[in-house]
Design a protein around this ligand. Structure first.
Ligand code: SAM
Length: 235
């Protein structure tokens, strides 16, 4: 899968892959060639002699607004680099929430093109013409879309076939579809050695060696946890 990131701060993606995506599962997936990450500097496409990418807002007010032309040209130049059709995505707090179901849908596409905004945001006219899928990573405001892009890239990368050591290990992750329950649940609690830690014991069932009973216990834990913490998932 190819993922393009369009940014006015390409230094955040200068390392290949960037530090936040160079370790653990995303790092292994990049090393295995499952994800090809390409950063494009929007500023390089500005036709302004000072390579400006933003200007003051019409109507007054604070801050700067990213201009149409550099972004429009950067998107088309990036798309022309590869024949695979790109799903255009704008990271914005005003977008649809990034859920695991949306991540699953994005992970199955051949190419994503992520646009990171800054300042007050982006001139609405170029958003209308590019018609990207607008995605938010949560109800809070970041300074720029680059960290949001990295969050999305991490979530999509771990679903690439072969990215996880154990192919089954994402199936019990929180928000993944649970076949037995027929819905998306939170994960169950996990334990490892030692069996006794400061007087706190590992549940006996996990030491029983009875895989059927362990599976039943885990499902019951997942259901109880979801009911307690995220009843909306069971509604
Ligand atoms: N004025 C904008 C608003 O209130 O909707 C916020 C602009 S924010 C300071 C700058 C950029 O950060 C946005 O254009 C977007 O790319 C990114 N951003 C901020 N919060 C985000 C979020 N929750 N999810 C995704 N991207 C976000």
């Amino acid at each position: 899968m190819r993922i393009d990131v369009l940014t006015t701060f390409p230094e955040m993606f200068a390392a290949q892959p960037p530090a936040a995506l160079a370790v653990s599962i995303p790092g292994r997936a990049s090393a295995a060639g499952l994800i090809e990450l390409v950063a494009t500097d929007i500023r390089a496409f500005s036709d302004n002699k000072h390579k400006k990418t933003d200007d003051r807002p019409f109507g007054g007010g604070p801050g700067m607004v990213m201009m149409c032309q550099p972004l429009w040209d950067a998107v088309h130049a990036a798309e022309a680099q590869d024949p695979r059709p790109a799903t255009r995505i704008l990271l914005t707090p005003q977008g649809v929430p990034l859920t695991q179901a949306l991540v699953e849908s994005l992970a199955a596409r051949p190419r994503l093109l992520l646009i990171a905004g800054h300042y007050e945001g982006i001139d609405e006219r170029v958003i209308e013409r590019l018609a990207p899928l607008e995605i938010s990573i949560g109800d809070y405001v970041l300074s720029g879309g680059e960290l949001a892009a990295m969050v999305l890239i991490d979530a999509v990368t771990r679903l690439q076939p072969g990215a996880l050591g154990d192919e089954l290990s994402n199936q019990a992750d929180s928000f993944s579809p649970d076949e037995a329950a027929g819905r998306r649940l939170l994960d169950c609690p996990h334990y490892t050695r030692p069996r006794d830690w400061m007087g706190a014991q590992v549940p006996d069932i996990l030491l029983s060696g009875d895989h059927g009973k362990v599976a039943q216990w885990r499902l019951a834990q997942r259901l109880a946890r979801t009911a307690e913490r995220r009843p909306d998932l069971l509604a």
